[in-house]
Ligand binder design. Structure first.
Ligand SMILES: NC(=O)c1ccc[n+]([C@@H]2O[C@H](COP(=O)([O-])OP(=O)(O)OC[C@H]3O[C@@H](n4cnc5c(N)ncnc54)[C@H](OP(=O)(O)O)[C@@H]3O)[C@@H](O)[C@H]2O)c1
Length: 243
């Protein structure tokens, strides 16, 4: 129970990586506020995962939803910014302003707003852990992925900036950069056998990453086991970035 009595917020926890993180934190004793866009879906997740999970509908691109989540959660020790979208792929020259703004709103401004609301309390109490779920796409450009890559790269720099400012007040900030993980978001890359094969050829660990393999690292970053670690991006990609 390494997170006993801790309060966590995990965005985008109705499925995939966020759900695995929420389940892991709750198992370790935390009270976990989970968010996603639909209350019914979150209620079902809370039912499945059991006590310790508090479902609060929140579209992270909407300021009023964020304000409601923050008010419900109260004093938060651990913030996991996991919710993200990838609405547009294609040529670097082909995106319109609406797509650009939406990607920034959901993938970045949400993080800015949540940290702005929750970090002051963490700093005042002298402890806290902020974990931002980035991507290998934020470390290296992927074909047809300008908007997604750019938001994930910016998230890594936000993480480092937070770490620099909040570190002296006892608050750590780290990012995780997952490689290919088997979730709904990435099914275009793993459902088709030939595409999955191309990824496996580029990894030294030859299995498709699972949400729990990200959740284990998030647990370490959330807990005192990472008490001397801040401003880092932990790449969890089966060795994809080695090649
Ligand atoms: N899977 C991969 O291969 C991979 C690789 C690198 C990085 N990542 C990153 O890992 C994180 C989690 O992705 P995933 O693969 O677990 O995706 P996923 O299975 O599609 O889950 C995404 C989660 O985010 C929620 N969400 C989406 N838009 C939202 C919004 N506007 N407001 C609130 N919640 C929202 C979804 O809930 P609702 O739809 O119910 O709202 C869902 O719970 C993302 O940051 C992603 O960029 C994933």
């Amino acid at each position: 129970m390494i997170l006993k009595d801790k309060v966590a917020v995990v965005t985008g926890a109705s499925r995939g990586i966020g759900k695995a993180i929420a389940a892991t934190f709750a198992r370790e004793g935390a009270t976990v506020f989970i968010c996603g866009r639909k209350q019914e879906t979150l209620d079902a997740v809370a039912q499945e995962l059991g006590p310790g999970i508090v479902p609060v509908a929140c579209h992270v691109g909407r300021n009023e939803d964020i304000a409601r989540l923050v008010e419900r959660a109260g004093a938060v020790d651990i913030l996991v910014n996991n919710a993200a979208t990838n609405i547009a792929q294609g040529s670097c020259l082909g995106f319109d302003d609406v797509q650009f703004d939406k990607m920034v709103e959901v993938n970045l401004k949400s993080v800015y707003r949540l940290v702005r609301a929750l970090a002051p309390g963490m700093c005042e109490r002298g402890s806290g852990s902020i974990i931002n779920i980035a991507s290998v796409a934020g470390l290296k450009p992927q074909p047809e992925s300008l908007l997604y890559s750019m938001t994930k790269a910016a998230l890594i720099m936000m993480t480092r900036s937070y770490a620099l400012e909040f570190g002296p007040k006892g608050v750590r900030a780290n990012a995780i950069a997952p490689g290919l993980i088997q979730t709904q978001l990435s099914e275009y890359f793993w459902k088709d056998e030939s595409k999955r094969g191309m990824f496996m050829d580029r990894q030294v660990i030859k299995h498709l990453g699972q949400p729990q393999e990200i959740a284990s690292i998030a647990l370490m970053l959330a807990s005192d086991q990472a008490s001397y670690l801040t401003g880092q991006t932990v790449t969890v990609d089966g060795g994809f970035m080695l090649m």
